[in-house]
Design a protein around this ligand. Structure first.
Ligand SMILES: [Zn+2]
Length: 225
């Protein structure tokens, strides 16, 4: 059976594989339990066999599709990665020492910068000397948000030449509704560090702030130029 694979599907798959890459990065710095390593290794073998990538969208989705319709396939991958992330974050952050959370935040910032550098190095994105605010938001939406096909992660609230703000529709602290408040907060902060690292590299001299509201978070990104 043949299913149509659109650019939106590719964007979404690239985003999911990038989230898997972050789990892999954690596994290189922290001894994970065998059960989690087995799942991670299985997903990596299955979805990143052809490429190890952070920012590029050249991951060949067609290679991975079986006879499942592509929408269902991507939802399945998304569910698997959601579960894996939750278990890995839960394990890593279960350590009561504060340094553990600090390590993860550092790693998240590093990951955000890696993705940004990969995007900048790819031919897909050509940033001129003057990076424009809407381009930065658009990159965030596709590279770290997976576009709008699977779920719209960002609700843009304000966009000017010097910056933008958006509401997170699926902030990790809300998405992990069954998790402990500690894990919810940590997951929210880890994502914020990823974004911070990403903006830092993509849009030099920009600042990033995440604010917690009742039931959701809002991010503010502005350029100092
Ligand atoms: Zn949050």
């Amino acid at each position: 059976m043949f299913y149509v694979v659109s650019p939106a599907h590719h964007t979404c798959f690239g985003y999911l594989v990038r989230r898997l890459a972050f789990c892999t990065l954690i596994s290189k710095t922290k001894q994970l339990p065998p059960a989690l390593l087995i799942v991670l290794s299985r997903l990596n073998k299955r979805y990143t066999a052809t490429k190890t990538t952070f920012g590029r969208d050249s991951i060949d989705l067609e290679l991975h599709i079986d006879d499942t319709p592509v929408d269902g396939f991507l939802r399945g991958v998304s569910d698997e990665i959601d579960a894996l992330e939750k278990n890995i974050f839960g394990f890593v952050l279960n350590d009561p020492s504060q340094s553990q959370a600090q390590d993860q935040k550092y790693l998240a910032g590093f990951y955000g910068r890696l993705i940004a550098q990969d995007v900048l190095a790819s031919n897909v994105t050509k940033f001129s000397e003057t990076v424009e605010s809407h381009n930065v938001f658009s990159l965030l939406s596709t590279v770290l948000g997976g576009g709008e096909w699977l779920e719209k992660l960002f609700l843009l609230r304000r966009l000017t030449e010097s910056g933008f703000s958006y509401e997170l529709q699926q902030c990790p602290h809300v998405k992990l509704k069954d998790a402990s408040p500690t894990l919810q907060n940590a997951a929210c902060q880890i994502q914020a560090e990823q974004y911070n690292g990403f903006f830092e590299s993509i849009w030099p001299r920009s600042t990033f702030i995440r604010e917690r509201r009742q039931g959701y978070c809002v991010d503010f990104v502005s350029s100092q130029r």
